[in-house]
Design a protein around this ligand. Structure first.
Ligand SMILES: NC(=O)c1ccc[n+]([C@@H]2O[C@H](COP(=O)([O-])OP(=O)(O)OC[C@H]3O[C@@H](n4cnc5c(N)ncnc54)[C@H](O)[C@@H]3O)[C@@H](O)[C@H]2O)c1
Ligand SMILES: O[C@H]1[C@H](O)[C@@H](O)[C@H](O)[C@@H](O)[C@H]1O
Length: 333
C-alpha cells in the first residue's frame, strides 16, 4: 500500500521533497501539487499528479491521504488548519507558524481533533550525528549539560525573499528546537546581541548572537550567520559537568593538491541534511500511513515560535525577554 500525498508549495524545498518522495523513498506517491505560482506547480508535478488551483482544493481531494506543506511560513497556519479540519496527517516545513497566537490555534485544533496529525520539519532531530550526540548526553556519563554552543552558518540566503527578521524567526527556530531536544529542557528566556555587521549581509542584521536561558539553568549560545559565503557550516558542542560532546566534522574526501590538503564543506542545507530529510520522511510516511504523526509536534512548533518572538523583542529591547508557555496538553506528553 502506497501513501498518496499532496504537496503545497513547489519552491526550493518543495521540489527537493518531491524528488525524495518520488525517487528515493518507497511506500509513497505524490498524487497532487499546488503552488500560487501555477507554472511552477506544473513544472514540479510528477507524471500523473494533479495540479490543484488552491491549497484548499488539494486538501479536499479525496485521493490525497496526507499533505506536505512547503509554502512560506506565514501561509502555514491556514493550510495546517485545513488539514486538521479534514483529519489528514500533515508534514509542515518550519517555521510551523509565525506568531504565538497562530501556534495556539494549531494546538487547539489538533487537541480538539484528539490525535496528533501535525509533524514539523525540524530535520536535525533525524540526523545521525545529532542522534548520536543526544544518545551520549542521555546516558548521563558526562554529567548534566551546562552549556551548548550552536553555530548556524548559511553561505547565503535568497535576496529579497529572506527578510531582516528571518535570522531570528526563520533560521533560529532550528537551534531553539535542537537545544530543547538535545538537553531535554525548555527555553525560559532569550537575549540577543548584534555584533559588527557583516558587509556581506546587505540590509540584514547579520550575524547575530543569541543566548537561550534554559529551565535547568543551562545556557545555549547560538551564532546565526546567513551570508558567510564559504559554505553551510553547522556545529554543535555540549559542555557537561564531566566532559564535552560535539558533532563530528562531516566526512568528506580529503583532497591534496597544489593549494593544500582540504575537505569540502556542504554548499547548503540540501546537501548537509540530505540523509536527515530522507529519514524524517521515512518516519513520517509510516506514521501518516497510520493516520498520525511522529517526531517534532505542534507543541515543538509552538515552543520554537515563542523563542523567535522573544528574540525579536530582545533585539529591540536589548534585555532578557521571558518565554512563557501554556500548560502542556496531554496529547503532547
Ligand atoms: N527544514 C529546512 O531545512 C528548510 C529548508 C528550506 C526551507 N524550509 C522552509 O520551507 C518553506 C519553503 O521554503 P523554500 O526555501 O522552498 O521557499 P521558496 O520561496 O523557494 O518556495 C516556497 C513556494 O511556496 C509557494 N507559496 C507561498 N505561499 C503560498 C500559498 N499561500 N499557497 C500556495 N503556494 C504558496 C511560493 O509560490 C513558492 O513557490 C519555508 O517555510 C522555509 O522556512 C525549510
Ligand atoms: O529555510 C532555511 C532552512 O531552514 C535552513 O535549514 C536554515 O539553515 C536556513 O537559515 C533557513 O533560511
Amino acid at each position: 500500500m502506497s501513501l498518496n500525498v499532496g504537496v503545497i508549495g513547489t519552491g526550493m524545498i518543495g521540489q527537493d521533497h518531491i524528488r525524495r518522495l518520488t525517487r528515493v523513498l518507497s511506500g509513497v506517491t505524490v498524487v497532487a501539487v499546488n503552488d500560487m505560482d501555477q507554472a511552477r506547480a506544473q513544472a514540479a508535478a510528477p507524471a500523473g499528479a494533479k495540479v490543484h488551483p488552491t491549497p484548499d482544493a488539494l486538501v479536499a481531494d479525496p485521493d490525497v491521504q496526507a499533505v506536505v506543506i512547503c509554502s512560506w511560513g506565514p501561509a502555514h497556519e491556514e493550510q495546517l488548519l485545513a488539514c486538521i479540519a479534514a483529519g489528514k496527517p500533515v508534514f509542515c516545513e518550519k517555521p510551523m507558524v509565525t506568531s504565538e497566537a497562530a501556534a495556539l490555534r494549531i494546538i487547539e485544533a489538533e487537541v480538539a481533533f484528539g490525535r496528533r496529525l501535525v509533524q514539523v520539519g525540524f530535520m536535525r532531530r533525524f540526523d545521525a550525528d545529532y542522534r548520536r550526540l543526544k544518545a551520549v548526553i542521555d546516558t548521563g556519563t558526562l554529567g548534566a549539560p551546562l552549556m551548548y554552543y550552536s553555530k548556524h552558518r548559511n553561505a547565503s540566503v535568497p535576496e529579497g525573499l529572506y527578510t531582516s527578521d528571518m535570522p531570528l524567526n526563520d533560521t533560529l527556530v532550528h537551534d531553539a528546537d535542537i537545544s530543547r531536544w538535545l538537553l531535554s529542557d525548555e527555553v525560559t528566556g532569550v537575549e540577543v546581541r548584534v555584533p559588527r555587521r557583516s558587509s556581506r549581509g546587505k540590509d540584514l542584521r547579520d550575524p547575530v548572537l543569541v543566548l537561550l536561558h534554559m529551565a535547568s539553568g543551562a545556557l545555549v549560545d547560538v551564532e546565526i550567520s546567513v551570508n558567510i559565503g564559504y559554505g553551510y557550516d553547522i556545529r554543535g558542542e555540549v559542555s557537561c559537568e564531566a566532559g564535552v560532546a560535539a558533532l563530528p566534522n562531516r566526512p568528506a574526501a580529503v583532497v591534496t593538491d597544489a593549494h593544500g590538503i582540504r575537505q569540502a564543506i556542504p554548499e547548503d542545507w540540501r546537501e548537509r541534511f540530505i540523509e536527515a530529510y530522507d529519514q524524517e520522511f521515512r518516519e513520517w510516511i509510516v506514521a501518516a500511513g497510520q493516520g498520525t504523526a511522529t517526531g517534532p509536534s505542534a507543541w515543538d512548533g509552538y515552543a520554537a515560535t515563542l523563542v523567535a518572538d522573544a528574540a525579536l523583542r530582545a533585539v529591540d529591547s536589548g534585555r532578557l525577554e521571558a518565554v512563557g508557555m501554556i500548560a502542556k496538553p496531554a496529547l503532547y506528553s
